[in-house]
Design a protein around this ligand. Structure first.
Ligand SMILES: *[C@@H]1O[C@H](CO)[C@@H](O)[C@H](O)[C@H]1NC(C)=O
Ligand SMILES: *[C@@H]1O[C@H](CO)[C@@H](O)[C@H](O)[C@H]1NC(C)=O
Length: 497
C-alpha cells in the first residue's frame, strides 16, 4: 500500500517524526501529502519549531493546542526580531547590588550576594508577584563561582572557607557542591566533592564552571588568562573524567556536547577533546582547528563567552513553551589578538561558531589527530564580530541563548543578533536584511577572507545605558546601575512572547 493512500490521520503520524528536510521533500512529492501537511496544525507546529530551532514539545503533554503554539512561537520570534518586549518589569536591587557572579538560564536569574556567602534565585515567570519571590541559600563558606543547568535541575557551587581576596595557601581544597536549582537543597544524587587544584604559589585564583548533562567542567585560573587546571567530573557518580594540568596554555573551555569539549589555545588552535561512552575510554584531543595565521608580533587569546545556552523552566513548566535547541545553538568565544609590546594594538573579537559543524569534524575517524587549517574548516561556519568590552574589559556572562546573541554596544545600545539560518535566508530573499557584506566590510579581520555565518541584527532604538545584559529563551535582563547619580541599582526585566 502506498503512503499516499493512507488516511490523513495516519499519514500525519507517519510524517510527525520526520526532520525538516524530509518533511519539505515529502510535501513536494504529492499534492495529497502537501495538503495533509498544510492542513495539520500538528505538522505545522512541528515544521515551525524545527525552523525556529526550538525543542519540539508534543502538544499532548500540555493543554495548549498546536495552533496556539504556532502563534505563541510567532509572537516570541517577532518580539525578539523587533526587540519589542511584551512586558517589562523593574526589580529594585539597592539593598543587594549585583557585585559578583550572576547568570540567567531557563527563566531563572541567579546571583551571589555581595558578601559572597549566600546565593539567590528569582524565577522570572513569577515576576508579577510583589515583592519578588527570591529563593535564598546561605553557606558557611565563600562562593567562588557557580553554574546553572535548569534542564538537569542543577546548581553547582564552588566554595571555600578561604576568603576570595586572600591568596590560597598551597594545596587548598575547594568544594564542589551540587544543589537542586528548584529547591536550593543539596542534591541527593550528587555528594559534594573536594577539588584540589594543583596550586603551589598562587596569589590569585579563579574558576569557571560549565555543565552538560551528567558532566561538569571546572577550569581553574591562577594567572589572568591561562587555564592552569581543568577538571571534568561526572557529577552523578563523583568520578573524575579528565584532569588536565596544563602546559599547553589553554585559555578557554566549553562543552560542545556531553562527550566533546572545545579547548581554545593561545597558540591559535581550537582543540576538540572527546570522551567515549565506554568507561575505559580516555578523553583525548581528537582534532585541532587552526585559527587564521596572525601577522608577526600578534598572539591569540581565546576566552569563553558562552555561559549557559541551554535550559528550561523546572517550575511553572506549563507556562514555558519554548526552549532553544542545544544541538542547533551557536558557540561563542571571545578572541583577543594581542600585541605583547603594545596592547593598544590588541583587538577583541566575538567569534560565533556553528556547534553542529564543529561536531561534524569528529564524525570521520580519519580526522583523528589531525590539524585542520583555517581554510579547511572555518570560513563558512564562523563569524568574527568586533567587540567593545566595557571599561574594565569585562563581558557580561550570559549573552547567548540558542542562536541569539546579545551585546551591549558603546553608548548603551543593545544589539541582538540572530544566527538562525532560515530566518537569515528568508530576510535576504525578502530583500529586507542585507547579507551585511558592505556593512561588515571593515569588521572582518585581515586575512579572514569571506567569513560568512549569516545573521540578522537589531539594535535598540534608544540607549538603555545598562551596565550589563543577559538573554535566555524568553527574557532579556539588564543591569541598571545608577548608584553614582541616584544611589539606585535595579534589574530591568523584559519579557518576550
Ligand atoms: C524590513 O524590516 C523592517 C523593520 O524590521 C520592516 O518595518 C519592513 O517592513 C521590512 N521590509 C520588508 C520589505 O520586509
Ligand atoms: C535605570 O534606573 C533609573 C533610576 O535609577 C531610571 O530612571 C531609568 O529609567 C532606568 N533605565 C532603564 C533603561 O530602565
Amino acid at each position: 500500500m502506498s503512503l499516499l493512500n493512507l488516511p490523513s490521520e495516519i499519514l500525519t503520524l507517519v510524517l510527525l517524526p520526520l526532520d525538516l528536510r524530509s518533511l519539505i521533500s515529502c510535501s513536494e512529492t504529492s499534492r495529497h501529502v502537501k495538503a495533509v501537511i498544510d492542513g495539520s496544525p500538528l505538522l505545522q507546529y512541528r515544521l515551525a519549531s524545527q525552523i525556529a530551532c526550538v525543542e519540539y514539545i508534543p502538544p499532548e503533554n500540555t493543554h495548549v493546542t498546536s495552533s496556539d503554539r504556532i502563534s505563541a512561537l510567532a509572537k516570541l520570534q517577532n518580539g525578539f526580531e523587533e526587540l519589542r518586549p511584551s512586558s517589562t518589569h523593574t526589580v529594585q536591587m539597592d539593598n543587594c547590588p549585583i557585585m559578583h557572579s550572576y547568570g540567567l538560564a531557563g527563566g531563572i536569574f541567579a546571583m551571589t550576594e555581595p558578601a559572597r556567602k549566600a546565593f539567590r534565585t528569582l524565577s522570572l515567570a513569577s515576576i508579577d508577584i510583589q515583592p519578588p519571590a527570591w529563593e535564598r541559600l546561605e553557606l558557611s563558606e565563600y562562593i567562588y563561582d557557580f553554574g546553572l543547568d535548569p534542564e538537569q535541575d542543577l546548581l553547582v557551587i564552588i566554595s571555600s572557607v578561604l576568603h576570595p581576596d586572600n591568596p590560597p595557601p598551597p594545596d587548598t581544597g575547594f568544594n564542589l557542591r551540587f544543589y537542586r536549582l528548584s529547591t536550593l537543597s543539596p542534591h541527593e544524587e550528587a555528594p559534594a566533592l573536594i577539588m584540589l587544584p594543583s596550586t603551589s604559589i598562587v596569589d590569585w585564583i579563579d574558576f569557571e564552571v560549565d555543565c552538560c548533562e551528567d558532566k561538569v567542567a571546572v577550569t581553574v585560573f591562577f594567572l589572568h588568562g591561562s587555564v592552569d587546571h581543568l577538571l571534568v567530573y561526572d557529577w552523578k557518580t563523583g568520578e573524575l573524567c579528565l584532569d588536565l594540568t596544563d602546559d599547553d596554555s589553554y585559555s578557554a573551555c566549553t562543552f560542545l556536547s556531553r562527550d566533546v569539549l572545545l579547548l581554545g589555545k593561545r597558540s591559535g588552535t581550537l582543540d576538540l577533546w572527546a570522551f567515549g561512552r565506554s568507561p575505559d575510554y580516555v578523553c583525548e584531543r581528537e582534532v585541532s582547528l587552526l585559527l587564521p595565521p596572525l601577522p608577526p608580533g600578534l598572539l591569540y587569546f581565546p576566552m569563553r563567552l558562552e555561559y549557559s545556552p541551554k535550559g528550561q523552566c523546572y517550575k511553572g513548566q506549563q507556562s514555558r513553551k519554548f526552549r532553544a535547541s542545544y544541538a542547533e545553538s551557536v558557540v561563542a568565544l571571545r578572541i583577543t589578538c594581542e600585541m605583547e609590546e603594545d596592547r593598544s594594538l590588541s583587538k577583541d573579537w566575538i567569534v560565533i561558531l556553528s556547534r553542529k559543524t564543529l561536531l561534524q569534524h569528529l564524525q570521520s575517524p580519519e580526522n583523528r589527530g589531525v590539524h585542520l587549517l583555517w581554510e579547511q574548516w572555518g570560513p563558512s561556519t564562523s563569524r568574527w564580530l568586533p567587540c567593545d568590552s566595557d571599561a574594565s574589559g569585562r563581558i557580561w556572562p550570559t549573552v547567548i541563548c540558542g542562536q541569539r546573541l546579545i551585546i551591549l554596544r558603546h553608548g548603551g545600545f543593545i544589539q541582538l543578533l540572530d544566527f538562525n539560518q532560515y530566518r537569515w535566508r528568508k530576510s535576504l530573499a525578502n530583500g529586507n536584511a542585507t547579507d551585511r557584506q558592505d556593512e561588515d566590510a571593515d569588521e572582518d579581520q585581515d586575512g579572514l577572507g569571506d567569513v560568512r555565518l549569516g545573521y540578522i541584527s537589531k539594535i535598540s532604538q534608544q540607549s538603555v545605558d545598562w551596565k550589563g545584559v543577559m538573554l535566555d529563551d524568553e527574557w532579556i535582563v539588564g543591569i541598571n546601575d545608577t548608584t553614582d547619580t541616584d544611589g539606585k541599582f535595579s534589574l530591568e526585566i523584559w519579557r518576550f512572547g
